[in-house]
Design a protein around this ligand. Structure first.
Ligand SMILES: *[C@@H]1O[C@H](CO)[C@@H](O)[C@H](O)[C@H]1NC(C)=O
Ligand SMILES: *[C@@H]1O[C@H](CO)[C@@H](O)[C@H](O)[C@H]1NC(C)=O
Ligand SMILES: *[C@@H]1O[C@H](CO)[C@@H](O)[C@H](O)[C@H]1NC(C)=O
Ligand SMILES: *[C@@H]1O[C@H](CO)[C@@H](O)[C@H](O)[C@H]1NC(C)=O
Ligand SMILES: *[C@@H]1O[C@H](CO)[C@@H](O)[C@H](O)[C@H]1NC(C)=O
Ligand SMILES: *[C@@H]1O[C@H](CO)[C@@H](O)[C@H](O)[C@H]1NC(C)=O
Ligand SMILES: *[C@@H]1O[C@H](CO)[C@@H](O)[C@H](O)[C@H]1NC(C)=O
Length: 638
């Protein structure tokens, strides 16, 4: 049983209250989209439904809520569990566009950058570096968007948030040059590339400071600049007239270009080729309305990406939910290919307004997020950002805390999704995905085949069912036509004992632990299984327990784990300093703020997690300044 802080913030079961209840373009009110936790479970109907486990009443911050749900009942009627996966060595039609291993990035609210990224440009969060390095190792790079504030307020730096309620309320913060330096400094340790947003509240004149500064400071690490955020919701906040249309948005876009040019705000000319639009919430405009307004034709040279955003309002454990959610975008991803622009899902998560208790923070979310990522890749999106809010959300990939520096981090389920996705795709930039369909395949057992240069290399198999009896274990029978089936294949599993498990999930046997147990490095011995194939039948049968996920590597070249970058880890301050300088006393840590964390690594031992020895020395040297600074903080906090 974990110990939890005795903070006085209580979290109600109905955390959602909104300052407005506007209509969507489908005529539904927002209240329908923002389901309460209980309503969500009752809503599920024919889909996997959860119920709340009796017991614990928790009054700490949402990110660390221990409440668990009961797993959903078994599917009835029973589903196909012996599944033939017939691969062709070449010529498979309808593969996705070529995808990058950095497909899943992170979207970080401005209000929590100082907790997630670092305090300032000279004091960077070491766990964050490790978490990003793990992804870089597999994918080569990581995409991070800074500045996201839900409900279309991002980039509205002068917005008055007084009186705004709801779980995702965030204080208005402005970009500072030091934040940009911090981002740039992070990029010199790990290959993080950044998205930022241009303030779009006042357009006469636009505030162009961030355009100049981000280009100057981030240079090639600046991936894109969002031009507006959810413009189809501006009228709801009273920031624009009700008649505000895609055409008006295009007019403002044009004004921006004129003003930037007139004031020489983009001296290199690079920033104005990195714009991202239209970033609609698909709320009162459809993407097609924007395309049909001539937006992309007119600004083709300025747009680096097209983007939309969508929060899933139902996180049910079925693959069909993803297909339904993404279906309206297939026309747009086809259009994006035609106009030769990558199409991003700019911000997405397991639920609007902070996620759903017990789902967003359980193994469910890890499977859900990975299936969603792969379905987006299959659907020809070019990337998606998982959103990280403050402490009062359940869906944080890495919930921040003002105690993070000495109590370590809690690595959320969606981080595992992102990590595994990086490995499923890998760093070649040449990877194609297809959602595998076979007669009788259920929505509980999605399968994706992964190709390099048109040849199958990896197979991703999900089992959403929660059944410890073994009856619902999936037996995936893989065969390959046009080439010789290998005598054995290697398999990595993403595992937990139940879909409602909170924390402690394992990827190939390694974990980031439970709450407050991680410094961002995987812990434990890596465990890669070898499955012998049936050389007579020319098949390899891979079992996937219920629940579970398996990534099958069809040959040794298919391994991607170390192909993105050399493995590198950044030991945390306390690790290095407690031992050498005794600046932080384990006994002080053990008693501070009601935590009992002295059992964990950070509290004073120097023994690295067993997966840690592959340390990049050069990084350590470079980070010594950061370590020193963190120690100062530790001393001050306590
Ligand atoms: C994705 O794009 C490829 C290439 O244009 C196409 O063959 C495939 O059908 C598309 N997939 C979907 C789901 O639209
Ligand atoms: C960052 O914060 C530390 C601790 O408060 C301080 O010593 C340091 O000067 C700050 N660095 C910058 C660039 O502000
Ligand atoms: C912010 O909004 C609140 C409530 O709407 C109002 O009382 C307050 O005066 C506003 N503050 C500013 C600085 O505009
Ligand atoms: C980080 O940015 C600051 C600017 O505040 C710069 O002086 C410093 O050298 C950078 N630190 C590292 C470790 O790169
Ligand atoms: C697909 O998108 C194009 C471009 O916006 C639009 O003209 C067309 O009507 C759309 N088709 C469907 C079926 O929505
Ligand atoms: C940490 O945050 C909590 C809740 O916001 C606050 O009560 C507490 O004073 C903070 N502690 C420190 C050391 O900043
Ligand atoms: C993949 O693309 C990125 C740019 O997005 C580039 O930096 C990287 O070198 C490419 N990787 C390969 C293997 O070509």
């Amino acid at each position: 049983m974990m110990m939890f802080p005795s903070l006085s913030i209580s979290f109600p079961l109905h955390p959602f209250s909104l300052p407005f209840l506007p209509k969507t373009r489908h005529g539904r009110s927002v209240r329908v989209r923002v389901l309460s936790t209980l309503a969500l479970f009752m809503h599920a109907n024919n889909q996997a439904a959860f119920s709340t486990a009796p017991g614990a009443k928790y009054t700490g911050v949402a990110a660390y809520n221990p409440t668990s749900l009961l797993p959903p009942p078994l599917p009835s009627p029973t589903v196909l569990t012996t599944i033939p996966i017939n691969l062709q060595n070449s010529g498979t039609p309808n593969l996705s566009i070529k995808q990058k291993g950095s497909f899943i990035g992170f979207s970080i609210e401005m209000s929590v950058t100082n907790q997630v990224l670092g305090k300032n440009s000279t004091l960077i969060q070491v766990p964050f570096l490790n978490l990003m390095a793990n992804i870089q190792q597999r994918a080569g790079s990581v995409m991070v968007r800074v500045g996201a504030t839900p409900r279309s307020l991002q980039s509205w730096s002068t917005t008055n948030l007084t009186g705004v309620t709801g779980t995702t309320q965030t204080p208005p913060l402005e970009f500072s040059r030091d934040l940009l330096y911090m981002m740039r400094n992070i990029s010199s340790f790990v290959n993080v590339h950044w998205f930022l947003g241009i303030p779009w509240f006042v357009t006469q004149p636009f505030d162009t400071k961030i355009i100049t500064a981000s280009q100057e400071i981030l240079g090639d690490y600046l991936l894109g600049l969002q031009a507006g955020n959810e413009p189809d919701m501006y009228h709801i906040h009273g920031h624009r007239n009700d008649s505000y249309s895609p055409f008006d948005y295009g007019g403002e876009f044009s004004d921006l270009l004129t003003q930037v040019s007139a004031t020489n705000a983009d001296p290199s000319g690079k920033a104005m080729k990195l714009l991202i639009g239209p970033n609609i919430a698909d709320f009162s405009w459809t993407p097609e309305q924007v395309w049909d307004s001539g937006f992309v034709d007119k600004f083709h040279d300025n747009l680096a990406f097209l983007a939309t955003r969508k929060q899933s309002s139902h996180t049910t454990l079925t693959h069909d939910a993803h297909i339904k959610l993404l279906a309206p975008y297939l026309n747009s991803t086809t259009y994006a290919q035609k106009v030769d622009k990558p199409f991003l899902m700019f911000e997405t998560n397991t639920g609007s307004c902070g996620g759903f208790l017990g789902i967003s923070d359980s193994f469910t979310a890890a499977l859900w997020g990975l299936d969603y990522a792969l379905e987006m890749a299959h659907s020809n999106f070019s990337g998606a950002m998982f959103h990280l809010g403050g402490q009062n959300v359940f869906y944080n990939a890495t919930p921040p805390t003002n105690q993070s520096t000495f109590h370590q981090w809690t690595v959320g389920a969606l981080y595992y999704s992102a990590l595994v996705m990086a490995e499923v795709i890998g760093p070649s930039n040449n990877t194609q995905v297809i959602n595998y369909g076979v007669g009788g395949l259920s929505s509980y057992t999605p399968i994706y085949n992964i190709y390099e240069n048109g040849t199958p290399v990896r197979v991703a198999i999900f089992n959403y069912i929660d059944d410890p009896s073994g009856t619902n274990t999936v037996h995936a029978v893989i065969s390959l036509s046009g080439a010789t089936m290998p005598s054995s294949v290697k398999v990595k599993y993403l595992a937990a004992t139940t879909v409602v498990q909170k924390g402690g999930y394992t990827w190939a046997g390694q974990t980031f632990g439970k709450n407050f147990e991680s410094d961002g490095r995987p812990m434990g011995q890596e465990d890669i299984k070898t499955v012998n194939c049936d050389t007579t039948a020319k098949t390899c049968t891979v079992d996937v327990t219920a629940p579970g996920f398996a990534l099958v590597f069809l040959n040794d070249d298919a391994f991607t784990e170390d192909k993105g970058a050399p493995p590198m880890t950044f030991p945390t301050t306390a690790h290095t300093r407690t031992h050498n300088t005794a600046t932080v006393e384990p006994s002080v840590l053990a008693t501070s703020n009601g935590f009992r964390k002295s059992i964990h690594e950070l509290a004073g031992t120097s023994k690295p997690p067993s997966a840690a020895p592959r340390t990049a020395k050069s990084s350590l040297v470079a980070l010594s300044v950061v370590f020193g600074a963190v120690v100062v903080i530790l001393g001050r906090v306590m």
